[in-house]
Design a protein around this ligand. Structure first.
Ligand code: FAD
Ligand code: PYC
Length: 415
């Protein structure tokens, strides 16, 4: 793989053709590890397996195209202002990796730490966000409380008057929070993993998980034939329950559609990310100029990637409640993804009762921000067979022991 640099840009500008970014691999008969799902989490896992653990005989299989799941459908908000110490540590691990990711994988993922502002409109919001601010500061994570005037100074365009239906009483700001380019994250990890020998196989759906006489994983059945392996890592987001059922496992997961929306592009009008639980919407502006926004999941479980029309209407109403001026913009597109939520709104990362089968799921509406950290700790867990220190609290067993990690409030607007 040639490294991207000013020099390579000059060479290609002078006519040298660009090479393919990753190999279009044909499946081999056997691999040391098979990862199911070529979203950001699966690709990052494969990259760190190869890079940090020397496990290079790895295949990443996807039933569609890489990054075509939630990784390519999300609104790209990145932050680590979670309440519980276990989650704050995990998400901040990811945030630290974001800060150097473009250099690490030699691919511009356009991580932009433009600040995430969480608006408080009720006294309950004020109490909850101040609690998050205090907890985060004790955990060594940046988060600060702003008065309405400070919030408007940070994010011009916010209406802090009391003429609006839900006046802003203050806001929690995480300055290191921001956004990144979702496709670039998938492409960058794919390119870097492929360069280390990982096979990325698109249009290859896993249809079965086979076990030997001792019950240990021995192969996966796929639409491109059987593949032998003793370790399978599932990172399939909304379709995790379907895949785990192939091994006879039922996980505490529900899958819901979650929608995203973009407006036509306009000149820079919104310099930061704004989230509001009470009005129930979040919004940022992409580097292309589009306003990118969304709100909550559908109320009913579904595998439809469309989502309910009434949710679209409510999301538009909420955004316009916050920013009435955006009423004049045209909506360009909207789409949905299938998010997998757990009862405590925290992910599940680790081993399963089936030897050789590992799972990384339950990120619900908030797993994009975790992508590098999730891949990093999942790779260590698969490589060693022992949960990574930061992944250990997120084991499946917590739903038996009762040591839940309740992040319903930190999950913000979405669920
Ligand atoms: P995915 O990217 O969904 O990848 C899973 C892959 O598994 C898919 O490519 C799929 O094709 C593949 N697959 C499924 N079944 C099979 C099979 N049988 N065989 C082979 N492959 C299979 N998170 C944030 O942090 N910030 C946000 O702002 C944010 N906004 C969101 C907005 C929307 C509209 C949505 C839908 C989600 C949002 N999220 C956000 C959540 C985030 O997108 C996800 O948590 C994260 O992208 C999950 O990544 P992943 O790699 O686990 O899953
Ligand atoms: O987790 O920050 C988040 C988020 C924002 C929009 C969807 N999820």
């Amino acid at each position: 793989m040639s490294r991207y640099s000013w020099l390579s840009l000059l060479r290609h500008g002078a006519g040298q053709p660009w090479a393919r970014q990753w190999r279009d691999a044909a499946p081999k008969a056997a691999y040391d590890v098979v990862i199911v799902g070529a979203g950001g989490h699966g690709l990052a896992t494969a990259y760190y397996l190869a890079k940090e653990h020397g496990v290079r005989n790895v295949a990443v299989l996807d039933k569609g195209w890489l990054g075509g799941g939630n990784t390519g459908r999300n609104t790209t908000i990145i932050r680590s202002n979670y309440l519980q110490p276990e989650s704050a540590a995990l998400y901040d691990h990811a945030l630290r990796l974001w800060e150097t990711l473009s250099r690490e994988i030699n691919y511009n993922v356009m991580y932009s730490a433009r600040g995430v502002l969480m608006l408080a409109h009720t006294h309950h919001d004020v109490q909850v966000f101040k609690r998050h601010v205090h907890a985060n500061r004790l955990q060594g994570i940046d988060n600060e409380w702003l008065t309405p005037a400070q919030a408007a100074a940070f994010c011009p365009g916010l209406d802090i008057s009391d003429r609006v239906r839900f006046p802003i009483l203050g806001a929690a700001l995480q300055r290191r929070g921001g956004v990144a380019r979702h496709d670039a994250v998938a492409w960058g990890y794919a390119r870097a993993a492929s360069a280390l020998g990982v096979d990325i196989i698109q249009n290859c759906a896993v249809t079965g998980i086979l076990r030997d006489a001792a019950g240990v994983v021995s192969a996966v059945e796929t639409t491109c034939g059987p593949i032998a392996t003793s370790r399978v890592g599932v990172a399939a987001a909304g379709h995790t329950s379907v895949i785990m059922a192939m091994a006879g496992l039922r996980l505490p997961l529900e899958s819901f559609p979650l929608q995203a929306f973009v407006s036509e592009p306009v000149k820079p009008v919104l310099p930061c990310v704004v989230m509001s639980n009470t009005v129930h919407a979040y919004i940022s502006q992409s580097d292309k100029g589009e306003l990118v926004f969304g709100a909550g999941t559908d109320a009913y479980t579904s595998y439809s990637q469309a989502g309910g029309l009434h949710v679209a209407g409510e999301t538009l109403q909420a955004v316009l409640e916050l920013f009435p001026a955006f009423r004049r913009l045209r909506l360009l597109r909207n789409w949905g993804g299938i998010v997998d939520t757990t009862p405590d709104r925290s992910p599940i990362i680790g081993l399963t009762p089936v030897p050789g089968l590992y799972v990384n799921c339950g990120w619900g509406t908030g797993g994009f921000k975790a992508t590098p950290g999730s891949g990093h700790v999942f790779a260590a867990t698969i490589a060693t067979g022992v949960p990574h220190r930061l992944a250990a609290p997120f084991a499946l067993e917590r739903f038996v022991t009762g040591r839940l990690i309740d992040e319903a409030a930190a999950a913000a607007v979405a669920h």
